[in-house]
Write a protein of this length. Structure first.
Length: 476
């Protein structure tokens, strides 16, 4: 596919890296020559320097025969104008825009073909906000991801010395959980390397373990590997920018929130907006300020400024001063790999979090959801099964009959609209049809309409998995 990407910042570079690795023809446009040069050194992409909102620049980038435009510059206005031009002048079929402004996102009519001609809008700041909110709901976790409209949850935790399963084989998990709760260890990473999770695999302290289960069962499953931490009630946030303010707004109703913002004008602005949060105008890397504001009594510290170094320093300082759980927003992958597992509990890459919905839309077809894992090294996909036994390689076949893709594992299957009476017999009270979550075994048969969650320990395996689930040309 020929794709033009506007913007070579963190989001644009991550999108380019993800799509270039899937054999697409990529051109990246940005006004910064140095940023483009760095990108071209790393990736097999073409670059064009110029204003992405100008038709002449878009034409120079090859927009005339492009199949997709991905406008992810820092400017909403530039992204919207580019989408309008791409459709009106060059008839580009698919136009994706990154938008920050609430006004644009709140009114879908503004994005239609009669207005700005945006096929699909993404808001990385909101996706990061939702992601952090899930981590606060599960303070034991390193990652919390949802599939099938929330029916299935995938949680990454670090196994600790003394955990119920540590030092034991995976197949003993069933004894602890009982027959009513089914779960799957989708992957294990040990010393940054994947370990194939077979029944006789022994879990070791320090392992990063990806657990997958029906969402209603995820907490009892977590107890097998982690000490359950007390619920997060008090949160301190460093940085009152787009992400920091959004997170504070999402938490302020049910949490005690303090924000530290260095810019007096920005601090005043968000103080008016956030009526239930306490806004302090100060430096988050100031040890005296953190101590004065009782950082040791906070349940969680979130370093969400736009500066990686400040985030690392503030989070490390908060940890040293007694905060039990700290998170830092880190754009540079080298930094994220370096700090996680040290004093910083969680290092988040905003670009890797937000890229999932975009990749799902780009791939479309059978792909319903994509989650980037381990800072882009691995992926978890939700694929919808189509066709029948004659047009599909998976429909009507047992798991053991499918081709083996080493490093790719079917972790769960979701079937829509399970009979509520069946669930009630298992002891759950429901008022409507539920999704049936199947933790598959070797003899599980895949049916058309199933939502299949596949864990790939290496991103390079994604193309093979997608090809396996594609229907033949004769399917309509």
């Amino acid at each position: 596919m020929k794709i033009v990407i506007l913007g070579a910042g963190q989001v644009g570079a991550s999108v380019a890296e993800a799509l270039a690795s899937e054999a697409n023809d990529i051109t990246v446009v940005d006004q910064s020559g140095p940023c483009l040069a760095q990108l071209a050194d790393r990736l097999d992409v073409r670059t064009v320097t110029g204003n992405a909102a100008l038709p002449s620049v878009l034409k120079n980038a090859g927009i005339e025969d492009a199949e997709m435009l991905v406008a992810v510059t820092q400017s909403d206005q530039t992204n919207l104008v580019a989408c309008k031009i791409a459709r009106g002048l060059f008839n580009v079929p698919t136009r994706i825009a990154r938008l920050r402004g609430v006004d644009f996102l709140a009114d879908e009519g503004m994005l239609g073909d009669d207005m700005f001609s945006v096929s699909h809008a993404i808001c990385p700041e909101q996706e990061v906000t939702d992601y952090i909110a899930r981590l606060i709901a599960f303070p034991e976790a390193l990652q919390v991801l949802e599939f099938a409209d929330g029916s299935v949850t995938l949680v990454c935790v670090r196994a600790y010395e003394g955990g119920l399963l540590v030092g034991k084989t995976i197949n003993t998990m069933k004894e602890h959980l009982g027959s009513r709760v089914e779960a799957r260890i989708a992957a294990i990473f040990r010393d940054l390397q994947p370990v194939d999770p077979e029944g006789n695999t022994v879990i070791e302290a320090g392992d990063e373990v990806f657990l997958l289960a029906a969402t209603r069962f995820i907490r009892p499953v977590l107890r097998e590997l982690r000490r359950m931490q007390k619920p997060v009630k008090r949160v301190m946030i460093a940085g009152g920018g787009n992400i920091g303010a959004r997170v504070a707004e999402a938490l302020q109703a049910n949490h005690e929130v303090k924000i530290i913002e260095r810019d007096p004008r920005r601090a005043e602005t968000i103080a008016v907006r956030l009526r239930k949060a306490l806004v302090l105008c100060a430096e988050a890397t100031d040890e005296k300020i953190l101590a004065q504001e009782n950082i040791d009594e906070m349940d969680m510290f979130l370093a969400l400024t736009n500066d990686d170094e400040d985030n690392i320093m503030a989070a490390s300082l908060a940890k040293r001063l007694g905060c039990p759980r700290v998170l830092a927003l880190i754009n540079r992958r080298a930094y994220a790999d370096m700090v996680q597992g040290g004093p910083i509990d969680i290092g988040l890459s905003p670009a890797q979090i937000s890229i999932g919905s975009l990749l799902a839309y780009v791939r479309r077809g059978d792909v319903e959801r994509v989650h980037s894992l381990r800072r882009g090294a691995a992926e978890a996909l939700e694929l919808v099964v189509h066709g029948d036994r004659s047009t599909s390689k998976v429909v009507g076949r047992r798991i053991e009959e499918l081709p083996v893709i080493k490093g790719a594992r079917i972790a769960a299957i979701v079937r829509r609209g399970r009979d509520a009476s069946v669930v009630q017999r298992e002891g759950f009270l429901v008022d409507e049809l539920l999704d049936e979550v199947v933790i598959p075994h070797h003899d599980t048969v895949i049916e058309t309409g199933d939502h299949v969650v596949v864990f790939c320990t290496r991103k390079q395996l994604v193309a093979q998995v997608e090809k396996l689930f594609q229907v033949s040309a004769g399917f309509f």
